[in-house]
Design a protein around this ligand. Structure first.
Ligand code: B12
Length: 167
């Protein structure tokens, strides 16, 4: 595997209730193809384990995937837990996949996740928008890049049509 010079270290995992794994493999491959390094924790990751792994690995970004339709609850708990750690307060956190079981996008749930600390929510699982968002974090293709640091770049570039940024 070849890592680009500007590659990020991205920690990928599934929500605590979610046993599906192929979405995580897909996310890992997408990220690695883009030149990033991935630590994939696999499915069913409780928030305490995620926090511990983040404190150990110090990733540049955290990506939480959801397939079983419980993405809202599975996202809310870990992002609140991560934001309680001062050293993880600013790490970009993306949540994607299915937030609910109704099969429709839920803007209120996405807003609540962003308010709780998610940097970006891809509630329709849009991989192209996710790819653009990660590229912005890495400074590859940031459309509105600023010089104010990663957090500012994250907020500036996460406004992809489907992703949306943390307010
Ligand atoms: C295989 C499978 C299983 C396997 C998983 C095995 C494994 N090792 O992964 C097993 C048998 C364990 C399973 C269990 C269950 N499953 Co299941 N499963 C599937 C199935 C057939 C395929 C899922 C899959 O692997 N797809 C391949 C991956 C690559 O695609 P994907 O999952 O769509 O992932 C994409 C998106 O979700 C998105 N995405 C996901 N996360 C993220 C994150 C970000 C940041 C972004 C940008 C995008 C993104 O990008 C991914 C790649 O394109 C689907 C039906 C289907 N045909 O899709 C049902 C399905 C997902 N399962 C479903 C259900 C209900 C269950 C169970 C609750 C069933 C039960 N009653 O026990 C349990 C849940 C267990 C749990 N605790 O989570 C439902 C979910 C309904 C919903 N979301 O509203 C589905 C849709 C079936 C259905 N039509 O009802 N399942």
């Amino acid at each position: 595997m070849v890592h680009s010079q500007h590659g990020l270290h991205v920690l990928v995992c599934g929500g605590a209730s979610d046993a599906h794994t192929w979405n995580l493999v897909c996310l890992q491959l997408l990220l690695e193809e883009a030149g990033h390094r991935v630590t994939n924790l696999g499915p069913c990751v409780p928030e305490e384990l995620l926090a511990r792994e983040c404190l150990t690995h110090r990733p540049d970004a955290v990506v939480i995937g959801s397939v079983n339709g419980h993405g809202y609850q599975d996202g809310l708990r870990p992002v609140r837990r991560l934001r309680r750690e001062p050293s993880l307060a600013a790490v970009p956190v993306a949540l994607g996949g299915k937030l609910g079981v109704a099969g429709v996008r839920d803007a209120a749930a996405a807003d609540a996740l962003r308010a709780a600390g998610c940097t970006a929510v891809f509630d329709d699982g849009d991989l192209a928008a996710f790819h653009t968002w990660v590229g912005g974090l890495a400074g590859h293709s940031a459309p509105t890049r600023t010089t104010a640091g990663l957090g500012a770049r994250t907020r500036a570039t996460a406004g992809a049509p489907t992703g949306g940024s943390r307010a």
